[in-house]
Design a protein around this ligand. Sequence first.
Ligand code: F6R
Length: 242
Amino acid sequence: MEVVPLDSVEEVAALGADVVEAAVRPGGAVLGLATGSTPLPMYRELVRRHSAGLGPSYDGVRCFTLDEYVGLPPGHPESYRATIARELTDLLGIPADRVQGPSPEPEGLPGAGERYEEALVAAGGIDVQVLGIGSDGHLAFNEPGSSLASLTRLKTLTEETRRDNARFFGSIDEVPRHVLTQGLGTILRARHLLLLATGAGKAAALAAAVEGPVSASCPASVLQLHPHVTVLCDEAAGAGLA
Ligand code: F6R
């Protein structure tokens, strides 16, 4: 695992954008995309470079969103599919039919995880998976206690995560209780994992993930089992590291 402590959010965004761009080759690439606040500065940097004609061509790139809320009305702006389109893929000119997430429609819920896993395999697997970390150490929406071998499935959010995410909604009551999420085993199948962590609220979780024991009580500690992980953190998030 390479852990790169940086001074600022801007440096995390710039170096993260370098990592993503390096994976985008002329023949295309498969990108795994987290949502939440942390990757947004990096996504804006990728868009800035693309708009300035500086980035690679995104022709042939396919994207998979990491997780998705269950129970939001179709087209809800806080769905992860809508968020990724608005913040990144539409702006990079990646067509909507090349961006896929776990499908939260009620009628398709049984089997949604298996279909998403099959789509990942059919695409050839993920080249770079962008990840954030929850303040409780969650990775994607694998909350503490999740199996380290888990695959994409329906999960229930903890109250802590619903409180953390209430800022995207009118109130905590509007935050869905359920999600479809890549499992920890799914995440480990990507060829390169890029974990971004910024802000003091992530310091304890990041230290536990990187330097603590590998344990389901800190799901992000599963990263220690992967052969190619890059962790980019700002000074505040890295404050708990030895
Ligand atoms: C988002 C996701 C979550 C977030 C985590 C941190 O797709 O899977 O694990 O990465 O909750 O969220 P932020 O970045 O908003 O602090």
